[in-house]
Structure formats: C-alpha cells, structure tokens
Design a protein around this ligand. Structure first.
Ligand SMILES: Nc1ncnc2c1ncn2[C@@H]1O[C@H](COP(=O)(O)OP(=O)(O)OP(=O)(O)O)[C@@H](O)[C@H]1O
Ligand SMILES: [Mg+2]
Length: 291
C-alpha cells in the first residue's frame, strides 16, 4: 500500500490542495497514507523545501496532483531519494507518458500522425522550416500544440490549421500559439494531422481511460466534458500499445473517429491527469491504494 504525495493547499501547507482534497480523503478512508508536497516551491526550483513535510522512511510513493514539467519531476525524485524515498514512476517514465514525443512512437498506429520540433519559449520558427516540418503529414487540416498542451480554447486563432500546405496560415497559427504559450511552452511545437471525431451535441466525446499495470481500470468522461457518461470504447489495439509503453499508471484520451475506429487523442501520466467532476473519488482512491 504505497503512500500518495498530494500537493498542499498554497494558503495552508498542512492541508491538501482543495482540488484534490476529496480524493485524498478517500485514499485515507481506504486505509492509504497521504503526505504533502509544495507544488509552488517545486516549480520555483526548490525541491528540498517542497518535500519538507514528507516523513522520512517512505520507501516508494505515488505522486498525485498538478502537472509539472519533466525537469521539475526529476528534481522532485532526486530530492525524495536524498530522503530515502523513491517515486513509483521514475522521471524517465513520467516524461515518456507526459510528453508527446515520449509516447508517440509506441502509439503511432492508433493516434493522428504527428511531427515535432524542440523550441524555446517565444522562439518563432521560420516559415520554410515549418513547411519542412509538416512535410511527412498528409495534406489537409492539422492542429498545433506543444509537447503537453494545446490552446484548444483559442481554436481558430492558435490551434486549428485549416490547410497544412498553405504556408501563410500554418505560420500564422503556429506563431500565435507560441506567443500565447509564453514561458509555459513545454518542450517544443507539435503539429498533428486533423481527424474527424464523433461529437455529442457538437462536443467531441472523449473518454479518459485509466490504465494501471496495462489494464483499463477506470473509464471516465474527459474532465472538460459536459456529459457524465460517454460511449464505451473498443480498446484492443490501444491496450497493446499501452502495454508496450511499459508505464505503470497512465491515461489515454480516446475518441471515436467518424469511420468507427477508436483513436488515442492524447496519452498522459495518470498521476497528473484530472478526474471528471462526476467520477467517483472512492473508486479512484481504491485503485491507488490497492496498487
Ligand atoms: N489530431 C486531431 N484531430 C482532431 N481533433 C484534435 C486532434 N488533436 C486534438 N484535437 C482536439 O483538440 C482538443 C485538444 O487537444 P489535446 O487533447 O491534444 O490538447 P490538450 O490541451 O492537452 O487537452 P487536455 O485538456 O485534454 O489536456 C482535443 O480534445 C480534441 O478535441
Ligand atoms: Mg486532451
């Protein structure tokens, strides 16, 4: 029964962050142990201070809380190891599941074709370089994101690219994306071929599948879904890719393509994936506690 390290409330470091408190309470109710880390301090680069409240003598622990860049996760792991504790998900595996270039090769057959290029925050890639980058993608529409996140809420301005072969539009959308991401741009830019997914009342019906040790243990609506229930996905080929990836706890967001094939929109590390408001915190806690 490994302990779970939750983010503390920024205003009250003795308590679990409000967003995760109901879940942490369920972990305790299921007999699990909870400890606290300070996510703000971690992001500021002070990992030792961030784990000051973690008791010594923990052997291995799950992290559960807000996303963090892969380098910060590695710092968290290093600070914990100085206190004799290990994260169950090592930094290499966190990065693999968290960043598209980490998981893409393993999921290539079940996810939209993608290309990427490392860039610094604010770096404006030349139009010619972008044309070259998207060369391997089929002509037609695409989307831009960074290694972790898109700006899907600014769809027409900074996410959806109507025609990848039209250089001016491609450059404009990618640049706007980079500009809006500011210092939060993670890793670099990713361009993906657009696929048409089935929608429920005009909202893409994504299902978040929670995989523990290669098994789909929980199906929830995507956290942004207005619906409490979704379609039931076929996971055969997707499950095989999950097992090849070899990460203990991940999520796959899956959507039904218009031709009836279930596709992976995105992979994530289960420790930092959000739950839908309707999902049972108890069921989720039981999963972690019994792992
Ligand atoms: N290749 C694609 N084809 C069609 N639609 C896509 C594609 N990639 C992303 N989308 C749409 O854009 C949305 C955002 O993409 P994605 O999930 O990759 O970004 P995100 O910002 O990480 O989102 P999340 O909120 O899930 O973390 C998806 O939910 C999906 O509706
Ligand atoms: Mg997503």
């Amino acid at each position: 029964m490994p302990p779970v390290l939750y983010c503390c409330d920024p205003l009250n470091p003795r308590r679990v962050d409000e967003h995760f408190a109901p879940e942490a309470q369920e972990v305790r109710a299921h007999g699990g142990e909870v400890a606290l880390i300070d996510h703000d301090r971690l992001l500021r680069g002070d990992a030792d201070a961030a784990i000051a409240r973690v008791p010594s003598g923990l052997e291995s622990a799950w992290y559960r809380g807000w996303m963090m860049p892969s380098v910060r996760y590695a710092e968290l792991a290093a600070a914990l190891s100085r206190r004799g504790a290990a994260l169950i998900v090592d930094p290499g595996r966190y990065r693999t599941a968290h960043e598209l270039p980490g998981w893409y090769p393993t999921f290539a057959e079940v996810t939209p074709a993608s290309v990427w290029r490392p860039t610094e925050p604010g770096e404006m890639v030349e139009a010619g370089k972008l044309t070259e980058l998207v060369q391997p993608l089929p002509p037609g529409p695409g989307i831009v994101k960074d290694y972790v996140k898109s700006r899907k809420d600014e769809w027409h301005q900074a996410c959806f690219i109507p025609d990848l072969t039209e250089s001016a539009g491609l450059t404009r959308i990618v640049r706007r994306f980079v500009e809006l991401q500011e210092d939060y741009l993670a890793g670099g830019i990713v361009v993906r071929a657009f696929e048409t997914f089935v929608k429920l009342e005009s909202v893409a019906a994504e299902v978040r599948v929670w995989w523990l040790d290669g098994e789909p243990r929980l199906l929830t609506p995507h956290p942004d879904s207005p619906f409490d229930r979704g379609l039931v996905p076929h996971l055969g080929q997707i499950g095989a890719a999950v097992r090849r990836l070899g990460c203990r706890f991940i999520t796959t967001d899956v959507a039904l393509r218009s031709d009836g094939v279930w596709r992976v929109v995105e992979v994530g590390d289960g420790q930092v994936s959000d739950l839908h408001r309707s999902s049972s915190r108890g069921e989720f806690a039981a999963l972690l506690v019994d792992s």
